[in-house]
Ligand binder design. Structure first.
Ligand code: AP5
Ligand code: MG
Length: 222
């Protein structure tokens, strides 16, 4: 990995199934490029934790492993990408999850005069996703994810908890809705020649090396 990130804007999209490692690899990209990690799932969980009206509405939807409406999610991302911390670039994780969300994001990127440099697709078989999600632990404070057996957050020292939607009854529906509604989104970006597909199995460090190479444009898009 190069010591210094390249100069200029970097707009990245992380794509993959629940449990494929988007959040894990976003932390590496965020530290390297020093740009915000915009994760719609984290934003929704923050609304739930704060007890806002949106949080109250979203809580049962997340707990059941279903999707929040396109209208709400598009509004959320429109507001977020206009914040000044996004000026040097951003890493989006968890959006778009439906074809209408992808179309809305195209419009928004055009309005902002920006374009994605790369869509990084972390490909992991379903059996491994199920195994990872059932054992995953998260920091309730910063939402960083950790593998099974970890006791506390490396940053905050907070005891780790299980995410509500990692309970067995929500995991299958999450994978099923991903296969039905989110898999078609990849074709949208493949058509634009933006997708770098990475085998998401292996050590986190091995995958980070490939993710950084793709983000730096060393891995050809398919
Ligand atoms: P969201 O928070 O986006 O969840 P997700 O897509 O289901 O993805 P996850 O966060 O579960 O997995 P990840 O890919 O980040 O994997 P991680 O790095 O943690 O969304 C949650 C919910 O919000 C949705 O279900 C929906 O209800 C709603 N929502 C959000 N956006 C929406 C939208 N746009 N439209 C509608 N609704 C929306 O890794 C997983 C585990 O694996 C961890 O334990 C990690 O340590 C481990 N791990 C990572 N890499 C490896 C590796 N290489 N080997 C072994 N273990 C690994
Ligand atoms: Mg995540």
């Amino acid at each position: 990995m190069a010591a210094q990130p390249p100069e200029g804007l970097v707009n990245l999209l992380l794509y993959g199934a629940p449990g494929s490692g988007k959040g894990t690899q976003a932390n590496v990209l965020r530290a390297y490029f020093r740009i915000p990690h915009i994760a719609t799932g984290d934003m929704l969980r923050a609304e739930i934790a704060a007890g806002t009206e949106l949080g109250l509405q979203a809580q049962p939807i997340l707990a059941a492993g279903k999707y929040v409406s396109d209208e709400i999610m598009i509004g959320m991302i429109r507001n977020r990408l206009r914040q000044p911390d996004c000026d040097p670039g951003f890493i989006i994780d968890g959006f778009p999850r439906t074809v209408p969300q992808a179309a809305a994001l195209d419009d928004l990127m055009r309005e902002l005069g920006r374009a994605f440099d790369r869509v990084i697709y972390l490909k992991v078989p379903v059996e491994e996703l199920l195994q990872r999600l059932s054992g995953r632990l998260v920091c309730p404070r910063c939402q960083r994810t950790y593998p099974p057996g970890t006791a506390a957050c490396a940053i905050h020292g907070t005891p780790l908890v299980q995410r509500e939607d990692d309970k067995p009854e929500a995991v299958r529906p999450r994978i099923e809705i991903y296969l039905e509604k989110t898999v078609p989104v990849l074709d949208h970006y493949r058509g634009e020649g933006l997708v770098s597909e990475i085998d998401g199995r292996g050590t986190i460090e091995e995958i980070s090396r490939q993710v950084l190479a793709a983000a730096n444009g060393k891995v050809k898009a398919q």
